[in-house]
Design a protein around this ligand. Structure first.
Ligand code: HPA
Length: 238
């Protein structure tokens, strides 16, 4: 079996998949953190690999940017490939004073500027949240790795328009105690809920939208590795 977007066969993916936005990040994770990683998908360059982390089978596949893109890949992984857990590993822009650059933000709930949830035709607004089981394991791993003090769990915003974000709009979300902005979590959480599976978004703060601070590419790499180890240690517990 294959889908229009994924040439992998059933069974090619592990039950837990890490999803960075960038295909080159997927390759980097596979080459540097997984043992015996093999390429299982490369349709449109959306590289997917399966290997093991400390003996636990783990896959990694890129999501692309934005909710429509992660929506396609996550839907197929959950519904056609029997994947149980998806951990998004990405970057986020902070809009809250208590969150510092290089910190880790975990999306407890993902608000959104997108109409993505209209496909479900609900007569109200669906609350897109991570799942408790995976959050609990992530926080256990964060404590073991000594990352608790720099890890924030709270509301995030999945934005539909990177260049549509203004200080004025960001402030309104910050007033609702939203910690930071990214572009994928809400769609991931919605499809996880629909499939009765697990999902979480773990993000490093790459830039601070209140202070204008941003990280260098070297810093991004180091903080990305920290977040990645948190995600992999979580995968080991699932
Ligand atoms: N907006 C959306 N996504 C992001 C940002 C941002 O400011 N920073 C990192 N990912």
């Amino acid at each position: 079996m294959a889908t229009p977007h994924n040439s992998a066969k059933k069974g090619d993916f592990a039950k837990t998949v890490l999803m960075p936005g960038d295909p080159l990040r997927a390759k980097y994770i596979a080459e540097n953190f997984l043992d015996n990683a093999r390429l299982v998908n490369n349709v449109r360059g959306i590289q997917g690999y399966t290997g093991t982390y400390k003996g636990t089978p783990v896959s990694v596949m890129a999501s692309g940017m934005g909710m429509p893109s992660i929506g396609i890949y996550a839907y197929e992984l959950f519904n056609f490939y029997d994947v149980e857990n998806i951990i998004r590993v990405g970057s986020t822009g902070a809009i809250n004073e208590g969150v510092k650059i290089r910190d880790i933000v975990i999306g407890l709930g993902a608000s959104t500027t997108s109409r993505f949830q209209h496909q479900f035709d609900l007569n109200g607004y669906f609350s897109a949240t991570c799942t408790y089981e995976i959050l609990k394991k992530t926080m256990e791993a964060a404590a073991e790795l000594g990352l608790e003090s720099k890890t924030h769990v709270g509301g995030i915003l999945s934005s539909d328009a990177f260049y549509g974000e203004t200080d004025e709009l960001n402030k309104k979300w910050a007033d609702m105690n939203v910690l930071s902005i990214e572009m994928e979590a809400a769609a991931l959480y919605m499809y996880a809920a629909q499939a009765k599976k697990n999902a979480i978004a773990i993000c490093t703060v790459s830039d601070h939208l209140l202070t204008g601070e941003s990280t260098s590419s070297e810093e991004r790499e180091k903080t990305f590795d920290e977040m990645l180890i948190l995600a992999l240690e979580t995968a080991k517990k699932l």
